[in-house]
Design a protein around this ligand. Structure first.
Ligand code: DC
Length: 221
C-alpha cells in the first residue's frame, strides 16, 4: 500500500443521489470531492456552444484537449466561463451521455481525473470510478435506486432549482434512456465493479447512506 491518503470511489446511475452523498461524505471526513459528471457536462456544454455534431470527432478531440476545466467545490468553470448552472440544464443533460461515450472525450478526462486523485484524499463519483479511473480505491461503492425513486428525486431537485415541474413519466423515460446509453457504451460502461459494495438507496435516508460509507472508510483509513 502506498503512503497516499485513501480514495472513496462511488459509481451509480443517474439520480441515485451520488452528488449529495459524495459532498456530505467528503465534508464529514475532510476530503475533497470530485464530481466527474460535471466534467463530462462541461465538455457537452462546449460541444453545444460550438455547434459541433457528434461525428465531428476531430474537432471534439481538439476542443477537449484545449478545454481548461476548473472544479472549485460545486463551482464549474470551463475556459474561464462559469458553467455551474448551464451544465445542469435539460439541453446539456439530454446530450451528455452521447458525448461521454466518445473515446476521445473519455481518454482526456480520465487522465485529468487520475491526476486530481494522484495524492488520494478524495471522494470521487461518476460511472467508472471503481472500474477504471481508481480501481485501487480503498472504498468502492455502487450506489443505486429504482428508476421510479430516481425520477421522483430528480423531479424534486428540478423544482428546487426553479426549473419547473417535469412529469414523472418524462423523467423516468429520460433516466431510462441515459442508463441505457451509459450501461451499453463500448468504453467503460456503467457497471458495478466486482469488488464494489452495492447500496440500494430506495428506503435509506441520505444520512443513512453517508453513515454507511463513512464507517467503511474508517475501517480502512
Ligand atoms: O452524474 P451526471 O448525471 O452529472 O453525469 C453526466 C453524464 O456523464 C452521465 O450521463 C454519464 C456521464 N459520466 C460518465 O460517463 N462517466 C463518469 N465518470 C461520470 C459521468
Amino acid at each position: 500500500m502506498s503512503d497516499c491518503l485513501p480514495i472513496i470511489a462511488i459509481d451509480g446511475p443517474a439520480g441515485a443521489g451520488k452528488s449529495t452523498v459524495t459532498k456530505l461524505v467528503a465534508a464529514r471526513l475532510g476530503l475533497l470531492f470530485l464530481d466527474t459528471g460535471a466534467m463530462y457536462r462541461a465538455i457537452a456544454w462546449l460541444v453545444l456552444e460550438a455547434n459541433l455534431a457528434l461525428d465531428e470527432q476531430l474537432k471534439i478531440a481538439q476542443l477537449v484537449s484545449q478545454a481548461k476545466i476548473v472544479l472549485n467545490g460545486s463551482q464549474v468553470v470551463v475556459n474561464g466561463v462559469d458553467v455551474t448552472e448551464p451544465i445542469r440544464m435539460q439541453e446539456v443533460t439530454s446530450k451528455v451521455s452521447a458525448i461521454a461515450a466518445l473515446g476521445v472525450v473519455r481518454a482526456e478526462l480520465v487522465k485529468q481525473q487520475q491526476a486530481i486523485g494522484a495524492k488520494g484524499g478524495i471522494v470521487a463519483e461518476g460511472r467508472d470510478m471503481c472500474t477504471d479511473v481508481f480501481p485501487d480505491a480503498q472504498v468502492k461503492i455502487f450506489l443505486t435506486a429504482s428508476v421510479t425513486e430516481r425520477a421522483r428525486r430528480r423531479q424534486q431537485d428540478l423544482l428546487e432549482r426553479g426549473q419547473g415541474e417535469v412529469s414523472l413519466a418524462e423523467l423516468e423515460r429520460s433516466i431510462t434512456e441515459r442508463d441505457l446509453i451509459d450501461s451499453n457504451r463500448e468504453i467503460s460502461p456503467l457497471k458495478k465493479a466486482d469488488d464494489a459494495v452495492e447500496i440500494i438507496s430506495d428506503h435509506l435516508t441520505i444520512e443513512e447512506v453517508v453513515d454507511l460509507i463513512v464507517n467503511m472508510y474508517r475501517q480502512v483509513a
